[in-house]
Design a protein around this ligand. Structure first.
Ligand code: SF4
Length: 422
């Protein structure tokens, strides 16, 4: 192992943030257990956990995507699954998380359904064997409409997955072609029908707006197609051109027209009104659900509740400790083969950072953040108090009925608010 910072002294969780960065080699389970303990994770008696597993494989790269992915190859899949099961067992048995109740399991990617259903179910079985997964846990798997065959859906339902999340992005043929890596509208509609008929009651559909060439009419048509299926949950995201995506390359070469912010705002307003009119609640900036179907896993991130990420590039946060896995499949597998955890970044958040992040993440939820989370910062941080006041004066934040919330304008500028308050 080659370290750029020594790991021999445990940093204090209440001191300044220490960033420990590994160039390779990972961390021993004993070292990590000590850090998690120092971060105060094992102290509260009622601690719970959300598990995220990153499946890094896709058949092709969508043009807007900047995630870490690998092309699907049988050998690599085999090596990944072996390593992931080893990682699960390390956390349960060596780190001591096996008795912490798991409330949510979210398998995302990448495209989890590039794996065979038996492989996905084997992963779920390994998690259930190693951890204390609650009987009522949300068990969500992301799927690509093109890989959702009858065999796949039936096997997933039978194994107990109770939520399916589909990256549909658009129901418009031309937009799907432009996004790349997407199936036809017909295939998507068939997959949605099949998933419902075979037994997935709780389904999320992701849609994207602000796409090149998209108009208010095509966006309205996509929303209508979505509502015709009445999924329990819908995420509507504005296209952002991220570094590392094909769109980014095209945009830097002047071959792509950047999304028009005014049109994006109009599309956002249209989605919000259409979905709310159809009975969906907007509970987060980009997320809508039928009553009782808000995504329990994602809410953990916004409530700053503990989560453990498994798989290449997955991120974790346990108490004040935050750490991330190496974003490279072969390094991930080889570090685990060497009986270490494939972590390449780790830092302790100071108590002030935890308090600020709890407020900033919580503001993404429409219900906002309760006073008891805001007051300690107001009392101790004069500069923070000033920043908060100026955001209120600009009409981005409002304090009412014991909670701090983003206004409708603030939701549009949520990133600006986050930067000011972090
Ligand atoms: S399917 Fe998802 S992860 Fe894979 S390339 Fe497309 S957007 Fe990226």
């Amino acid at each position: 192992m080659r370290e750029s910072s020594p790991m021999s002294n445990s940093p204090s969780p209440n001191g300044p943030t220490l960033l420990l960065r590994y160039t390779d080699g990972g961390v021993t389970p004993t070292q990590l257990r000590e850090y998690i303990s120092d971060a105060g994770f094992f102290q509260p008696l009622r601690q719970t956990l959300g598990l995220y597993v990153h499946i890094p494989f896709c058949r092709t790269r969508c043009r807007f995507c900047s995630f870490y992915i690998e092309p699907h190859r049988v050998q690599q899949v085999r090596a990944f699954l072996q390593a992931a099961i080893q990682e699960i067992e390390y956390y349960a048995h060596h780190i001591g998380l096996r008795d912490v109740p798991v409330e949510t399991v979210y398998v995302g990617g990448g495209t989890p359904t590039t794996l065979h259903p038996q492989e996905l179910n084997g992963l779920l079985q390994a998690i259930r064997t190693a951890f204390m997964v609650r009987p009522w846990a949300e068990l969500c798997v992301e799927g690509h409409p093109a890989s959702l065959t009858l065999e796949m859906i039936s096997a997933l339902v039978k194994a107990g997955w109770n939520r399916l999340s589909l990256g549909v992005q658009s129901f418009d043929v031309r937009e799907l072609r432009m996004l790349g890596g997407r199936p036809s509208t017909r295939v998507t509609q068939q997959a949605l029908r099949l998933a419902k008929a075979v037994g997935f009651h709780n389904i999320n559909v992701d849609l994207m707006y602000g796409l090149p060439g998209q108009t208010l009419e095509t966006w309205r048509a996509s929303l209508e197609d979505l509502l015709a299926f009445a999924p329990t949950h819908c995420s509507c995201y504005a296209l952002t051109v991220e570094e590392g995506s094909i769109f980014f390359e095209e945009s830097t070469r002047g071959r792509m027209v950047e999304p028009d912010p005014a049109l994006q705002n109009a599309m956002e307003a249209m989605a919000s009104s259409a979905l709310q009119h159809a009975g969906y609640e907007q509970y987060e900036i980009s997320n809508f659900s039928q009553p009782g179907y808000a995504c329990r896993h994602n809410q953990r991130y916004w409530r700053d509740e503990p989560y453990l990420g498994l798989g290449p590039s997955a991120q974790s946060c346990l108490g004040s400790l935050r750490f991330g896995n190496v974003g490279n499949l072969s390094a991930y597998c080889s570090i685990l083969r060497n009986e270490r955890l494939p972590i390449d970044e780790l830092d302790f958040r100071s108590s002030e950072q935890v308090a600020r992040e709890t407020v900033v993440f919580g503001l993404r939820l429409l219900q906002g953040v309760p006073d008891k989370k805001v007051s300690p910062l107001l009392q101790a941080q004069t500069e923070w108090k000033r920043a908060l006041q100026s955001l209120k004066d600009e009409g981005l934040l409002v304090h009412e009925r014991g909670r701090l919330r983003l206004t409708a304008l603030g939701r549009r500028y949520a990133d600006t608010v986050a930067v000011a308050l972090l």
